[in-house]
Design a protein around this ligand. Structure first.
Ligand SMILES: [Zn+2]
Ligand SMILES: [Zn+2]
Length: 250
């Protein structure tokens, strides 16, 4: 399995960067995980638009999904690729997504995309991936954390979350744990995002093989985030940056 970072900026992008988005590949299957601002452009540095085989969205915040719209335009109006692209979204999200476009476009969006709503805690399969979800702690909305298994290799991704024991459920013994690490040490941490230290504690307790920090608040120094994480987790720690790729292997 291979993870390619398409966007890693927390909430809004710095110049030349993009918000959350990842390409997860295995056995010729291209799964686009989160579709934040700028990630569709970056995706095309790696694969053609026609070769997206599935999409997974973690939650309904725009920094994780807005590039679904240009993808829809390209796939439907641009006639790139085939209809019925599998798109997995959290509960109650499909209609919210459709409400932004015209009624006519809503009809054809449902032809371009074959939506499946996933309740946090449900599992599904897409291509070679067996995906287990867990409910994340994120402002009371349906927010999915993912444990993706393909031929024994395990990739875990939090989406956005605050501290919750559910993170351990997705991350346990994962070969690679991609976690939000929005903040750094401070006195007023809030319950809907993690600091890099909190993320690293989760990684240590789950026994993951590699820790990759993402969704860091754009104004923060990422090396400080890495340093605070390294005080809690002794394994390899990487910062997610656009274009970086990682092998996920047992
Ligand atoms: Zn976010
Ligand atoms: Zn969010």
């Amino acid at each position: 399995m291979k993870l390619i970072v398409l966007g890693a900026s927390g909430t809004w992008p710095n110049p030349g960067s993009a918000t959350s988005g990842y390409l997860v590949q295995h056995d010729g299957f291209n799964l686009w995980v989160d579709a934040g601002t700028g990630t569709l452009a970056n995706l095309q540095r790696h694969i053609d638009l026609a070769d997206i085989h599935g999409i997974v969205i973690s939650h309904e915040h725009p920094d994780h999904f807005v590039d679904l719209y240009p993808c829809f335009y390209a796939r439907h109006y641009g006639e790139i690729g085939t209809p019925d692209l599998p798109v997995f979204v959290p509960t109650d999200f499909t209609q919210k997504l459709a409400d932004v476009v015209s009624v006519d476009s809503q009809v054809v969006m449902r032809r371009a995309f074959a939506f499946t709503e996933v309740a946090p805690g449900e599992s599904f399969e897409v291509g070679p991936f067996r995906v287990k979800t867990e409910p994340m702690a994120h402002l009371g909305i349906p927010a999915l954390g993912f444990r993706m298994n393909a031929d024994g290799a395990v990739f875990a991704y939090t989406g956005d979350t605050g501290p919750t024991h559910r993170i351990g459920e997705i991350a346990r013994d994962a070969n690679l744990f991609l976690t939000e690490a929005t903040w750094q040490d401070r006195d007023d941490l809030l319950p809907f995002h993690l600091s890099s230290r909190q993320a690293a504690i989760q990684a240590r307790e789950a026994g993951v093989g590699r820790l990759v920090l993402t969704h860091i608040w754009p104004t923060l120094d990422k090396e400080v985030s890495r340093g605070q994480a390294a005080e809690e987790y002794i394994g390899p720690i990487d910062l997610a940056t656009e274009g970086a790729s990682f092998e996920v292997a047992e």
